[in-house]
Design a protein. Sequence first.
Length: 403
Amino acid sequence: MRLLLVLATVLLVVGLPGAYGQSAGDPGVTETTILLGGTVPLTGDEVAYAAIARGAEAYFKYVNSRGGVRGRKIKYVYFDDAYNPAETVRKTRQLVEDEKVFAIFNSVGTEHVLAVRPYLNQADVPQLFVGSGLSALALDRKRYPWTMGYLPRFAGEGALYGRYVARTRPKARIAVLHENSEYGQDMFAGLRRGLGRLSTRITSVQTYDLSDADLNSQIARLKASGADTLMLFALPTQTIQAFLAVHKLGWRPRIFVNEVSIDPFVMEVVQKNTSKRLVEGTLSSAYLKDPTDPALANDPGVKLYKQILRRFLPSAKVKEVAHLYGMAVAYTMVDALRAAGSQPTRKSLLRAATHLNERSNPFFVRGIAVQTGPNDYYPVERTRMLRFRAGRWRQLGGLVSVR
């Protein structure tokens, strides 16, 4: 009888390999494929961010054409949330419960990431390299260990601009426009930290909601404060609107634009609808290479970017650099998948994502790495200042911290 029980137990274990091998219990992974999912605005005012998902998809196709990751091809499904957090919730649930994705990857938008963070963490679904630099994504890592952003910390970027103004223009009168959201508040908090005691030089602060038809009234109030320096902590659409409003008022402040809105395409629209004089000297920061920079025409990363676009996304415009961001974040995801092992599980993927030491991302500015740890959820901690001059962004100084 004992022998029969032992044989029955052995047969049960053999018949149920998933009971002792977690990969069989984790959705989205087969012997030949890995399924990732995410949300992105494919419609609506922030549709420019659609290029992020398309760029990532193109990079995955490139990787698949070279054998995939440990013999598995990456499938990437992204749904349109129209930049509406309620839709993000609905579509993310659909990805997890209906599509059975292995992980949520590269979803766009801070409020959108926050809206689904509790659900994904409760279900132990990785929410990795999402399009946000909100401080809370790293600071809340113990409560929400499955969630990691990708962008440099918003507060760190704001602090960078504050330190720059304090060092170069200590008598500046500063006006601030920021989104009425955690993203905007994080940027503004960082600015105040960077300015230190000079935060008293802030003359006016205005906010906007995504539903605002224009920013004319906010910009008029900022100008009326007597400011000579303007901080635009805004998304691409609102950044363009703000420049248009500044132009109509004949205002000529020194303008800072946050990193999420410096796509050359955005500045091209601004120049065509305002004047070269208005945008000349605008300041910002970036950690990615600019494929429109003539000096980088022979750079291996830029050449790879253009090669992938030609082959896998021929309708894309090289100057829409959101495509390059998508490739950069996809490169990091591929690194994490490789490090997750030959039989990846959600836990092994999280372990890999929190032990990155990626120093060769071809789309990053030389010297900037992607590094993480169990207590370090800030993947990108360095950047460089930029100044817009003669029609394009140019580096201003060396690499700086945005921690």
